[in-house]
Design a protein around this ligand. Structure first.
Ligand SMILES: Nc1nc2c(ncn2[C@@H]2O[C@H](COP(=O)(O)OP(=O)(O)OP(=O)(O)O)[C@@H](O)[C@H]2O)c(=O)[nH]1
Length: 325
């Protein structure tokens, strides 16, 4: 298809190829020759597929050309042409079957796609980088979550261990009653409450009568059983607000919040009677009780001293009894 329109085809800013229906090149424009670094003479008569890279040729022959033959036109097909130096040149091809001098031709317009391809490649790379960054972030998040879970688990284990330790340090191992440390803490607490808001409280100090004799007669182990039995008996009938503690040896203190001395005496009386009625491996056991109520200007040791004086009085007055001071 050599024609007068050649001048116009050489001026348009895209490549142009015309082939016969067997795809033999019949016309090209200058732009295309410049792109492929070749001449019109070298291209004329060649099959159009020879201008393409192998993969593009396969695509063209297997897919694009049959489509063109069937529909007489194709649009926006992306292919790679080969330059003389075997560089790949990406182009977008449109083609239409035309009639010229009663002869049918395929008329191809080609647009260079190099810049777009570079941009697309850059975009693909950018997307890949973003995907990798996301994957990395997700992996780090997962690691963080695992670390946080581990910290929570360790904290829980620590809290349990702390609670166990606290319980141990507050408990008398023989009787399982709160120990002297709890007694001191609770006494301080009640003294502070009394000093701040005049909340009266009392304490009962008691110890087992002739306990030395029990040990001497029946052995220390039986003495221990007696201590445990007393703890059980008193715990059973303890008022909810009262705190029974073993402060050492065969000496116990009950702290009675919000309790006047007369009431405390009644409580002590009940405990005394329960012990006296109790069954012990060594026979009968009794205890003596000293009761006192908090006074203005009291402190820990003054309060204890008064309770001890009351207990001494109970021992003096024949044991197995309650005295007030
Ligand atoms: N089995 C046993 N005995 C203990 C324990 N702690 C202290 N004792 C004994 O308790 C006895 C207390 O004796 P004393 O202070 O003379 O008093 P008591 O014999 O009870 O006489 P009174 O209190 O005057 O009635 C001592 O023999 C101590 O060894 C203990 O944990 N277990």
């Amino acid at each position: 298809m050599q024609s007068k329109s050649k001048l116009t085809l050489n001026q348009i800013p895209c490549g142009y190829i015309a082939t016969d229906l067997k795809s033999q090149i019949t016309a090209v424009n200058k732009v295309l020759c410049e792109w492929l670094e070749t001449s019109e003479e070298e291209l004329l008569g060649k099959h159009i597929g020879t201008l393409m890279t192998t993969s593009s040729r396969m695509l063209f022959l297997g897919n694009i050309l049959p489509h063109l033959q069937k529909n007489q036109q194709i649009e926006e097909n992306y292919l790679l042409l080969k330059t003389k130096l075997q560089d790949a040149l990406p182009v977008l091809i449109n083609c239409k079957e035309i009639l010229h001098d009663n002869q049918a031709y395929y008329s191809y317009a080609l647009m260079k796609m190099q810049r777009r391809r570079l941009i697309e490649e850059a975009l693909v790379q950018e997307r890949r980088r973003a995907e990798m960054a996301t994957e990395e972030k997700e992996a780090m998040n997962l690691e963080l979550q695992l670390a946080q879970k581990e910290i929570v688990q360790k904290q829980q284990a620590l809290e349990i261990a702390n609670a166990e330790l606290q319980a141990l340090s507050a408990t008398d191992t023989l009787t399982q009653l709160p120990n002297r440390r709890v007694y001191e803490r609770e006494l301080e607490k009640n003294l502070a409450l009394y000093q701040r808001s005049r909340q009266v409280f009392s304490i009962i100090l008691f110890d087992i009568d002739f306990f030395k004799k029990i040990n001497d007669l029946h052995g220390h182990d039986i003495g221990d059983l007696v201590l445990q039995n007393i703890a059980k008996i008193l715990t059973k009938q303890l008022r909810e607000i009262d705190i029974l503690t073993r402060i050492g040896g065969e000496e116990f203190v009950i702290i009675l919040p919000l309790t006047q001395v007369d009431q405390a005496k009644d409580v002590a009386e009940r405990h005394r009677s329960a012990i006296a009625k109790g069954d012990f491996v060594c026979g009968k056991v009794t205890a003596s009780f000293g009761v006192t109520q908090v006074h203005p200007d009291d402190n820990n040791s003054l309060l204890y001293k008064r309770a001890d004086q009351a207990l001494y009085l109970a021992k003096q007055n024949g044991r197995n009894r309650v005295e007030i001071k």
